[in-house]
Design a protein around this ligand. Structure first.
Ligand code: NAP
Length: 272
């Protein structure tokens, strides 16, 4: 298959570059495929007429999005509408990646696909509008994921390793719950879904749940690192933007559809 991947310099795109090698991957730099330009989207899709367009590009800086809402909605929602329209013209499958942040985090049990979206920040709202836009395409696969990390890119895992090497005491939030998900596990599941013609919306995180502190603790123990670290509450670590305190996704629908290639979050960490 001919596959365009947007957001080529991002962490999920990097996992796709490494794990989808049996397909012909077109990964234009942002200077060629910029989601703020409809013309750029149109000309790229018209040039390659891909079988699949995987949209890994997004405005992902949750704090910055709050003050830069116009740009966040342009990249995360309007651009997805443009991509969907263009994909309809070339009979291209649109693969869109969404987020646990479309939920407010007040649930006490894992969210299923049809639970009511109630984003509590601009990033979440813009990504939710991106979901609606993606679903207007005739052929759409929408994966909702969360807490992405890998050994490359800017994420919690690489940040913890960097901070641990600096030797300063670390305070890590222990009251936000989610499912750490490696980019390589997501890329593997996504490839299977694309190759087997899955369509529609699926939650796609590694299974199980923990807190940021629990995740950091597992990282340090697996790597035999011994920094000075302790747990704290979100109130002790204020950020400019509200975040869901509980954003675990229920993966049952995906597991009924086909094999679970993502596994438990601790196994995925071990794999790294
Ligand atoms: N990271 C997570 O924990 C997480 C959780 C749930 C869902 N997701 C979703 O998963 C997908 C992949 O996320 P990720 O973690 O791989 O993000 P990432 O590492 O931040 O990569 C996003 C990429 O999009 C690019 N980009 C931003 N604006 C663009 C534009 N106007 N045109 C073209 N490219 C643009 C970025 O380039 P620059 O670096 O140059 O800005 C970057 O390469 C996104 O849809 C994200 O919303 C992520």
């Amino acid at each position: 298959m001919n596959i365009i991947v947007s957001g080529a310099s991002g962490q999920l795109a990097e996992a796709i570059r490494r794990h989808w090698q049996k397909h012909f991957l077109i990964m234009p730099p942002e200077s060629e495929l910029n989601l703020t330009s409809r013309e750029s989207i149109q000309s790229t899709i018209q040039k390659y007429k891909p079988d699949v367009f995987v949209n890994c590009a997004a405005y992902t800086n949750v704090d910055a999005a709050e003050a830069d809402a116009e740009q966040a909605f342009l990249v995360n929602a309007k651009a997805v509408q443009w991509i969907a329209e263009e994909c309809n013209g070339t009979d291209t499958l649109l693969v869109q990646i969404s987020t646990d942040y479309i939920f407010d985090g007040l649930s006490k049990s894992p969210y299923i696909e049809n639970d009511l979206a109630k984003p509590c920040n601009v990033y979440g709202q813009s990504k939710f509008e991106g979901e609606i836009a993606a679903l207007t395409s005739k052929k759409c696969l929408l994966f909702r994921t969360a807490w992405l990390y890998d050994t490359w890119g800017k994420n919690f895992f690489t940040t913890m390793l960097k901070l641990a090497s600096q030797g300063k005491p670390l305070r890590i939030v222990d009251d936000q719950h989610g499912s750490p998900t490696s980019c390589r596990a997501l890329a593997r599941q996504l490839l299977f879904a694309v190759e087997n013609q899955w369509r529609g919306l699926f939650n796609a995180t590694c299974s199980g749940e923990t807190t940021w502190y629990g995740f950091a603790d597992a990282i340090f123990k697996k790597l035999n690192l011994t920094p000075n670290y302790s747990a704290c509450n979100s109130s002790e670590y204020p950020t400019p933007v509200k975040r869901p305190v509980y954003s675990v996704l229920d993966n049952s629908k995906r597991k009924l559809q086909g094999p679970d290639l993502m596994g438990n979050w601790e196994d995925a960490l071990e794999e790294l």
